[in-house]
Design a protein around this ligand. Structure first.
Ligand SMILES: NC(=O)c1ccc[n+]([C@@H]2O[C@H](COP(=O)([O-])OP(=O)(O)OC[C@H]3O[C@@H](n4cnc5c(N)ncnc54)[C@H](OP(=O)(O)O)[C@@H]3O)[C@@H](O)[C@H]2O)c1
Length: 284
């Protein structure tokens, strides 16, 4: 990764922190997008202590205006952008609307990656045309098996169920991955998503409703990985020669897997892309 730049969201803890550190150890310049300055400084210090290089940009990624500002800041900070990893994400046990009127899970897990990617694409296209390739990686989840509620994407009129909101946001991120991978296939930019498996992080200890509050700890006990172990796949997809050219895949433990059929419906992918563009008009 010598000479390459990576933008990593959610780099202050869990999977994102472990991935950022491993990529910096591989000599990438890592730009950490984070909402908490103290945590961001701490990660940067850890990167530098390992002999790596990086920077941080502050943004609350559930806010689209902040996401746009972060992209502008990154655009001024780096000349080339080889890898973008949309990793920041959360599960919100209670319904919360953002100041811009979006349901928080939708905003953070799906709309913000859409906005950030949109504003960084040009820099990635320049990088791909000059250096041969660039890679976008979206961190999704096996927990994506909920249909898109087209009539009420923001859960305003539907009774809010936190797991459904989370599943739907990850479904959308996969759908976006497939659509974009197709759209960008002639540019040298690849777009893939990852199901990282069960990772023992703050998110895994979230306040899930029944039965997830029972299932999640049990699953974690048997198949949970540390963030350092789980970082293997994002690091591999971001940096290895072996992963060069892999495009439009849903990846788990370095292998392409089959995501839930509705995520693979090309008409729905196109519809979601168009609907998202109109929801986000102000920030694109
Ligand atoms: N853990 C799992 O088993 C699992 C399984 C499947 C998928 N995933 C996905 O993996 C990704 C990483 O999650 P994780 O498990 O590593 O959880 P985590 O340890 O809670 O990390 C989440 C990261 O996102 C950041 N973040 C949250 N809200 C933000 C906001 N509004 N603005 C900016 N940054 C924000 C957090 O920042 P702070 O440090 O400031 O909180 C943190 O750096 C997520 O997309 C998650 O959905 C996780």
């Amino acid at each position: 990764m010598v000479g390459k730049t990576v933008v990593m969201t959610g780099a202050t803890s869990g999977l994102g922190r472990a991935t950022a550190l491993q990529l910096a150890e591989n000599y990438a310049f890592v730009v950490c997008v984070a909402r908490d300055e103290t945590k961001a400084r701490k990660v940067l210090k850890e990167i530098e202590n390992e002999g790596g290089r990086g920077q941080f940009v502050l943004a609350d990624l559930s806010c689209m205006a902040d996401t746009v500002e972060a992209a502008e800041c990154i655009g001024k900070m780096v000349d080339r952008l080889d890898v973008l990893i949309n990793n920041a994400g959360n599960h919100f046990s209670k319904y919360r609307a953002t100041s811009e009127g979006f349901e928080s899970t939708l905003a953070l897990n799906y709309l913000s990656p859409f906005v950030l990617t949109h504003h960084l694409i040009e820099r990635m296209e320049q990088t791909a045309s000059k250096f041969g390739e660039a890679r976008i990686i979206n961190i999704s989840s096996i927990m994506h098996k909920a249909p898109i509620n087209w009539d009420d994407l923001n859960s305003r009129d539907t009774k809010y169920k936190s797991t459904v909101a989370y599943y739907q946001s990850k479904h959308m991120l996969i759908s976006f991955t497939y659509f974009l991978s197709n759209k960008l296939k002639e540019t040298g930019i690849t777009v893939n998503c990852i199901h990282p498996g069960f990772v023992k992080t703050a998110l895994a200890k979230s306040d899930y409703p029944f039965p997830m509050n029972v299932i999640v700890p049990i699953v974690g006990l048997f198949i949970g990985e540390s963030p350092e172990q789980a970082a293997d796949t994002p690091v591999w997809l971001a940096s290895s020669n072996e992963a060069r050219g892999i495009n439009g895949k849903y990846v788990h433990h370095r292998k392409a897997k089959t995501s839930w059929p509705p995520t693979r419906d090309e008409d729905a992918q196109g519809r979601l892309f168009t609907v998202t563009q109109s929801m986000l008009e102000e920030w694109l």
